[in-house]
Design a binder for this molecule. Structure first.
Ligand SMILES: Nc1nc2c(c(=O)[nH]1)N=C([C@H](O)[C@@H](O)CO)CN2
Length: 119
């Protein structure tokens, strides 16, 4: 059995992009996460210390990605997934990183990766 903790539409401002002009501006990335875990310990105890804390994860990602200076959203996705697997009690993660407005003809563009187990 696999449970999921969800974070949807997490907006993070950062400096990112392939082109020189992108390194001079802030742009918004939008993250969607499925975090595979067992929610029974937190549900049975009603104890946040036994939960996959979506607020703590959102704060950690906002701080880390906000300070990242990379070209590709692939790099953001891979580094974020590895950080989450290392620092939080999750078995796996499905992570979508979207960059709305990057392609004028598209509502949004992005990448989606799955790392670890249980997704
Ligand atoms: N697969 C990717 N393609 C592109 C990326 C990216 O991060 N991954 N980035 C760019 C530019 O930075 C673009 O967002 C500027 O409009 C182009 N292609």
């Amino acid at each position: 059995m696999t449970d999921l903790v969800l974070i949807q539409g997490l907006r993070i401002d950062t400096v990112i992009g392939v082109y020189g002009w992108e390194k001079e501006i802030w742009q918004t990335l939008v993250l969607d996460l499925d975090l595979a875990c067992d929610i029974r310990p937190s549900a049975e105890s009603d104890d946040i210390s036994k939960a996959v804390d979506y607020a703590a994860i959102s704060e950690r990602l906002t701080e880390t990605i906000g300070e990242m200076r990379v070209d590709l959203i692939e790099t953001v996705a891979e580094r974020s997934a590895q950080l989450l697997l290392k620092e939080f009690p999750i078995k796996g993660v499905k992570l979508t990183v979207s960059k709305p407005g990057a392609v004028p003809q598209a509502e949004s563009v992005g990448v989606r990766i799955v790392r670890g187990e249980g997704i």
